[in-house]
Structure formats: structure tokens, C-alpha cells
Design a protein around this ligand. Sequence first.
Ligand SMILES: [Fe+2]
Ligand SMILES: [Fe+2]
Length: 381
Amino acid sequence: MQLTHCLSTKNLQWTPRVHRHRLPPRTQSISAVAAAPPKARKTHSMPPEKQEVFKSLENWASKSLLPMLKPVKDCWQPQTFLPEPALPVEEFNEQVKALRERTAELPDEYFVVLVGDMITEDALPTYQTMINTLDGVRDETGASLSPWATWTRAWTAEENRHGDLLRTYLYLSGKVDMLKVETTVQYLIGAGMDPGTENNPYLGFVYTSFQERATFVSHGNTARLAKEGGDPVLARICGTIAADEKRHELAYAKIVEKLLEIDTTGAMLAISDMMQKRITMPAHLMFDGQDPQLFEHFSAVAQRMGVYTADDYADILEALIQRWGLEKLEGLTGEGRRAQDFVCGLAPRIRKLQERAEERAKKMEPHGVKFSWIFNKEIKL
Ligand SMILES: [Fe+2]
Ligand SMILES: [Fe+2]
């Protein structure tokens, strides 16, 4: 779920986005919790009276949102797809051996992308925290009965299976350096994320709509590549996770759809605001203790393998524009209409700039990057 290049909508240039770590790598390796200089960020940008919007939507959320969660008894669990540890040891070993044979032909690049996706899923505490920063929908007690809080906890519980399953599968494959992978997860959860959602649920739900679709696209592509590479079980795993993400996308997009219905201009401005800022990817602060540009390098591999590309970013935007009927929205204020024009005209501009960036990239010499996750083997970028 990563973009190699991001669109700067202000000056309309594609520039490699260097997500600087908050601390220089050397310092990070000494202490992952030292205070970072605070960035000036807007907070609590939703006027307090708008919290009433979310209060008034509680009935709607109970009836329309919560049924989009699956009852736990009907859910798959990581164990559904993994070797059965309760079997006699020889049979268990046979299942592990079969798993290793299936993954044997998958290329190193594939594992870089799968590890990056797994690490992104594993930083789940950060995402639950992020949703609970949102005014009017946060879980006030930790076990609040508000439908917003109920949704967030159950969504987290569904998501929690994704990282667990990918992590165990990768562990059993023997193809990755688990110590480095786990170190990256620890750094990432310690670093957090800042999607620029300003404690504002309008912005927050635009972000999650986009992001769930991005993960759907990414896991769908790792499923396709696993199938082509000879591992139908891994293909089913990634495909099953992608199906969860799709359901989550539909739920979050439904919230934004409802906001557009009851507060058209407010919701349109929120969509525009997030697209102006660009959708930052949840794992943009990843670090393995070694490569200060790990996220950019991982993104470049994902882009090259077609797992998540700048074109996908434009596709997601277009899909959401269509789902929300943004081109046909009526009753907007002047400011709302300007936001509508900006958002509805953005995808073709992104594509054009991406084409130019690709032209420039073709002229550059390929260079090798070592990934600690695959025992410092080099990948050509
Ligand atoms: Fe997920
Ligand atoms: Fe999801």
C-alpha cells in the first residue's frame, strides 16, 4: 500500500517522497522511544457542534454499519490456512514441507512485498489508536457500547487476523529473516503514523475508505502473483484477506456517502482536504534499524511488481468519485464546488504526471538495494 512517487498537488510535480524518520537511524537504533520534535499539525478541526452529526447517526450506524461485520463464529482464522500443530509431528512436518515446496519458486522481490504488507498489517495498534483520535466516534471507555466504538473494536479484531496469518506463513516458509521483520514491526509501532486527519472523523473516514481499498488492491495482487508463482494456498490467503479489506472499504465508504447526504459541502471539503494532503500510507515510518529509506525502497519494489502503483492510486480515487457520485453532487456552496472541481479533475493529472515520472525513471541507471528482510540479498530497482 505504498506509492513510490507522490503527487504534490500544490506545485504539480511528481517528486520522490522521502518520509524522513523522526530520528536519524543511528539514534533510532539506540532508543526507539526518544521524543521527536513535534510537527505543527492542525488538531480538532471539526467544530464541536458537528459531533452532533455523529451522535444523530448512531441509529443508522447500528442498522447499516454493524451488520457489515461478520459474526466471529463465521470468520476464518489464521489456523484455517496453516499446518495443524495438533497433528503427530511427522504429519505436521509434512505439511510444513509442502508449504516450503509451494513457496520455493516465488522470487525474492515477492517476499519483500509480502513482508512489507505483513508489517503494515502488524502495526494494527497504531490504526486503532488513530481511529480513536477522532472526535465524536472514539471509544470513550475501551468497551463503549456506542456503535462507532463497537465497529472500531470489531474491525480491529477482524484486521488482527491478517498480520497473524501472513506472519506465521512467512515464518514457516523459511524465506525471510524473521528477526529483522520483527525488529521492523517494533520500530514501526513505536513510530506510529500521522495521516493528517486532525481528530476529524470526516477526514478520518475519507482516509480509511481510501486506505481499505488500497489494501484490497495490494492483497489482490499478491494473491495473483502467488498463484502465478505456484502457491495456490498463499493465493487463497491473500485473496481471503483482500475480501475482508473490500468489505471494510464498503463500510467506510458508506459512512462518507451518508455524510455527503446530510452535510454535502462538509463532506466534499473533507474529501478534497485529504486529497490535497495526499493519502499517506500507514507504514510510511517503517525502519529496520538499517535502511533509512526502507519505505521508499519497499514501495519501489511494490510499484515494479505491479502490487501497488501510482496508477492504482488514481484508480482508487476514480472509483471513490464514482461510488460517491461526486461529479453530480448538487447543493454545494461555492467553496464546495471548487473542492468538487479539484477532486474530480485530479485523477487524469496524477496519471499524466506519473507518465512523466516513468519516462524520467527509464533514463536512470538501475541500482541495487539490499533488504535485511531477505538476508540482505540485493534487489535491482
Ligand atoms: Fe488488513
Ligand atoms: Fe481492512
